[in-house]
Design a protein around this ligand. Sequence first.
Ligand code: ZN
Ligand code: ZN
Length: 433
Amino acid sequence: MSGFPDFPNSAQQETLSAIRRSFHREPELSWTEFRTSARLCAELTELGFKIQYGKDLYGERTPSNPPEAEVSRQAYARAEAALGRNNSYLTAMAGNRTGLCATLEGGHPGPVWGFRFDIDALPIQESRDHSHPPAAQGFASDNPGVMHACGHDGHLTIGLGLAQRLAATREQWCGRVHLFFQPAEEVGGGGVVFADLPQLHEVERFMTLHLGIVDAYQIICDATWICAKIYDVRFRGRASHAGNAPQDGRNALLAACQAVQGLYALPRHSGGLSRINVGRFHSANAHNVIADDVYFRYEVRGANNDVADYMAQQAEQVLGGAAMMNGVEYEKTTFAEFSGWPNSPELAEKVEKVARDLGLPEELLQRPYLVPASEDAGYMVRRVRDQGGLATHLILGCPVGDGHHSCAFDFDERLLPWGVELFYRMVADGEKE
Ligand SMILES: [Zn+2]
Ligand SMILES: [Zn+2]
């Protein structure tokens, strides 16, 4: 198989594949990563890390866009059934306070490092087809309707692998390392909360990564992500009999339909790529009633914050116009935002050098790259850069089955030990330059 070479230490490869597969079997949705977080807490404590989780970690901060109470209750009950009712990690995470920060001091003074790994899964029923490796090899999801379909099981495995390497060589490296296991990337909420953590505020060098993405074998040392803004809209009109007195109604459904058409026709900006999408649309009115209540959710994206802001303003005008044409009212609320932020070229260069020193083939290396998708790590990158630190986002690219967020998503596990080693060498080689 072409692409990434096999990692020289096959035992390390096997260890990481086994960890990845065990987490792949137990995916949890955004803000319900109870079992995943509790397991990480236990394993990192065992390695000698100081961990902060639950109420101690969150303080007054609260999860944004948590799922419905029943979804959380079921996920918590599932974690309790697996780990026991009195698991102290779990009880501290009640109220969707999932994720954790694990900290280790090296043997010598040095910089404060931050590494971020997202840990959530998606509401997707995993494929059972034998062409899908997790199904064929018996490690597909055991949690019905939930799947690690974006590779975050691989991210947290790299985090745990990095923790093992750091703990085993603690006396040899300099500085302090914070490992951020961040919940709820897929709903754009976890990054906002974690960007506000005091541990991040002392980070001088920050790195994060994503597996897959480009559907080809590549190491991208300087990946930036486009900005996204997601909104909920409710159009409210007046109901009336559709046969008897349609003239008395104010048609919210018609207004919303015209708004959707208008959104897709937004004039574009020359400052970079843009996107628009309406992903859900709902009206529960009867067939013989002029519809008075419609809801939909849309998103705009832009290559940078300026383009995304422009798209958001144009969209607002369309909503207002459609409402006015039909004599209805509308209300718009922000569901989530993903901010993009430029990386530090000097840190990206250093990752590239480390990759070369590890013997990774030159043709795999690429930077920079603008990913036409969004990532809430942008908030953490921005925070670190605003406080004078260096930050970069890495992509370990590989073919990804049927694509991200599909029921047959998969990635090449050979990337896992290379990911661990790249991050580890950044810390371990830190003071040699
Ligand atoms: Zn995703
Ligand atoms: Zn992802």
